[in-house]
Write a protein that binds this ligand. Structure first.
Ligand code: 6PG
Length: 246
């Protein structure tokens, strides 16, 4: 794993840098494997990046979009990560409909939906579901946000899904609300895990994540150590004063 931390002067600069990095990974992936696989994060931070990507002229027929986590609501619900990305980006570009791979949220049991998405990934990537580490698919880029409690994707502090090692998709929970999420193992197979973190309210979680001895079960983003690149993009409000333990 090669890791880097960049502090950008503001959110616009963070979005510009994120777009540059995503497009660089896209070009490499298409040159090497003929396609680019990208998992989106939800929340508010990535929205301006999605709006900016919607203005780019990219080889959309070679791009496949997944979600790293999803609230357990229909796509037309205001909280839906799929809905946000479609409105901000995917509805504006000529990406083939079958290249958009949303997490299913129709079944009454989120665990069934998690299994369905894992089966979908298995068919797409050709791996064996729940297989050994080397059969877990490697996405080109997994976009990640950071909650002010140190969660990422829907891997929340002190929740069961942090212990799930034999599945690619798990059921996380924010309090009583179920969420579907990439498991730590699936995220860590990524060729590039790219965190986008903005705002002063993220400072305490960031300092714990970059400290020597915080408990990763309290700050799950500490579990993210991808086989490829780990890139943290922070705006100045989030990154000010950050001390990175060696
Ligand atoms: C979600 C996200 C979640 C998000 C963080 C940060 O579904 O909400 O995937 O992990 O990235 O909560 O959210 P903000 O970008 O809104 O601060």
């Amino acid at each position: 794993m090669e890791s880097s931390v960049e502090v950008l002067k503001d959110l616009d600069a963070l979005v510009d840098r994120a777009q540059f990095l995503v497009c660089a990974e896209l070009q490499t992936a298409i040159a090497q494997r003929g396609q680019f696989t990208l998992a989106l994060s939800g929340g508010s931070t990535p929205k301006p990046l999605y709006e900016s990507l919607a203005q780019q002229d990219l080889p959309w027929d070679k791009v496949h979009i997944f979600w790293g986590d999803e609230r357990y609501v229909p796509a037309n619900h205001p909280d839906s990560n799929e809905g946000m990305a479609r409105r901000a980006w995917l509805d504006q570009v000529p990406i083939p409909a079958e290249h958009i791979h949303p997490m299913p949220t129709q079944d009454a049991d989120p665990a069934v939906s998690a299994q369905l998405y894992e089966q979908h990934l298995s068919r797409f990537f050709g791996g064996k579901e729940g297989g050994s580490a080397d059969e877990i698919p490697a996405l080109d880029v997994v976009l990640l946000g950071l909650g002010d409690d140190g969660h990422t994707a829907s891997l929340f502090p002190q929740t069961e899904v942090l212990n799930v090692c034999d599945r690619w998709i798990g059921v996380g929970n924010r309090g009583a609300d179920p969420r579907l999420t990439f498991t730590i193992g699936l995220i860590n197979r990524a060729r590039c895990a790219l965190f986008l973190v903005a705002g002063q309210n993220k400072r305490p979680a960031l300092q714990a994540i970059f400290s020597k001895d915080a408990n990763s079960f309290d700050y799950p983003a500490r579990f993210i150590r991808p086989e490829g690149k780990l890139i943290w993009l922070l705006d100045a409000d989030a990154g000010e004063g950050l001390k990175i333990a060696s």
